[in-house]
Design a protein around this ligand. Structure first.
Ligand code: COI
Length: 354
């Protein structure tokens, strides 16, 4: 196994850190000085190294650009008052990354490249971790096929990279969501559970049309009836009904198995709130809302953490949520922040020290 210390580092000549505003920094627009790069060929990973962040040179026939063998992850790193860097549950993302890889007929990435590479890279660019509230160093591991060939077949060569982006919150304000009834994100047997680039590309038109109607994102529904709820934009979704937290189950393979989703389920259970992972449809939500039993809606994701939803639109119905009374999502947000900052004991071992 490659240890982090064995990964070669080629340092940038002049750091860009002094020119980067680490406070109130937008999501995903600035990148640190270095990136991790590894290449797969001849059935094995080779040349793992940390190099200056910069453009890649690609053949115009690079397979990923044509046939979409491309997957990614989103992870966050934090820094405590003493300067130690921590990453939130990176092994869960590593496992999910490899599930995405298998589904997309790509090679898996071993721990010594994904985890040790991340350790090395963050070690080199540790000063870039923002410390401001709701800020983090967003970690983006990704892999794509690199064969220069237009034939449709799994590539024989791949590139794996990790880039780092100091970032503030993804959503600045509570969201207005519309139930999607025309487009489909995922169907059983498809690739909905995997974090492949195409899932995001395929969602953009629906999101654009939602914006034109005055909404921030769509709530995806099943491919057949457009009634069964899946996820919000690029986040998992939770509904508080009668004091029970309901979230769509992962069973059909149409939903991303969110790491924040899983953390939220654990925290809800600790808070004494029953969690139901099951099928849930829009009629149930409307009925619960009509009787005053639907009290909170929120999205969960690495980038967004806990994203409040203030309105859900379905046909002529508008479900308006009172965010002044949102105790569950507020407590979840506060507890996740406390675990990340070290103010609350990390009893689940979620914080991984770099
Ligand atoms: C994440 O939450 O990390 C995501 O994948 C969302 C991203 C596409 C911005």
């Amino acid at each position: 196994m490659i240890a982090a210390r064995e990964i070669q580092v080629e340092k940038i000549a002049k750091s860009r850190l002094a020119d980067t505003p680490l406070e109130n920094i937008p999501f995903g627009r600035y990148f640190t000085d270095h990136m991790l790069e590894a290449d797969y060929a001849g059935g094995e990973w080779k040349s793992v190294k940390v190099v200056p962040y910069g453009p890649l040179q690609l053949d115009p026939s690079t397979a990923a650009l044509h046939y979409g063998q491309a997957i990614f992850e989103g992870i966050k790193a934090y820094r405590d008052e003493t300067g130690n860097a921590y990453v939130f549950r990176p092994y869960d993302n590593w496992e999910r990354f490899n599930k995405s890889a298998l589904r997309m007929n790509m090679p898996t990435v071993p721990e010594e490249i994904f985890i040790e590479g991340m350790r090395k890279l963050i070690g080199v660019d540790k000063e870039w971790i923002p410390t401001m509230k709701e800020h983090a160093l967003y970690i983006r591991p990704f892999m794509f096929s690199t064969d220069a060939l237009l034939g449709v077949r799994p590539s024989e060569t791949y590139k794996f990279l990790i880039i780092l982006s100091p970032s503030g919150p993804y959503f600045a304000a509570p969201m207005k969501i519309i139930v999607e009834e025309q487009y489909t994100r995922a169907a059983p047997g498809g690739v909905g559970f995997s974090k492949n680039a195409g899932n995001y590309g395929g969602s953009l038109l629906a999101a654009t049309e939602a914006k034109e109607k005055g909404y921030d994102q769509v709530l995806w529904t099943d491919a057949f009836e457009h009634k069964w709820l899946q996820e919000v934009g690029m986040m998992n979704v939770f509904f508080m009904m009668d004091g029970v937290a309901v979230t769509p189950s992962l069973d059909e393979g149409t939903i991303l198995a969110g790491v924040t989703r899983s953390s939220v389920i654990t925290l809800l259970q600790e808070m004494g709130i029953r969690v139901e992972e099951r099928r849930v449809n829009i009629d149930e939500l409307l009925a619960a809302y009509g009787k005053g039993r639907l009290t909170e809606l929120f999205g969960t994701g690495t980038a967004a953490v806990i994203a409040p939803i203030k309105e859900l639109r379905y046909k002529d119905f508008s479900l308006e949520m009172n965010l002044d009374k949102a105790p569950v999502q507020n407590e979840l947000r506060a507890r996740l922040a406390a675990i990340r900052s070290g103010a609350e004991a990390d009893v689940h071992g979620w914080m991984w020290k770099v």
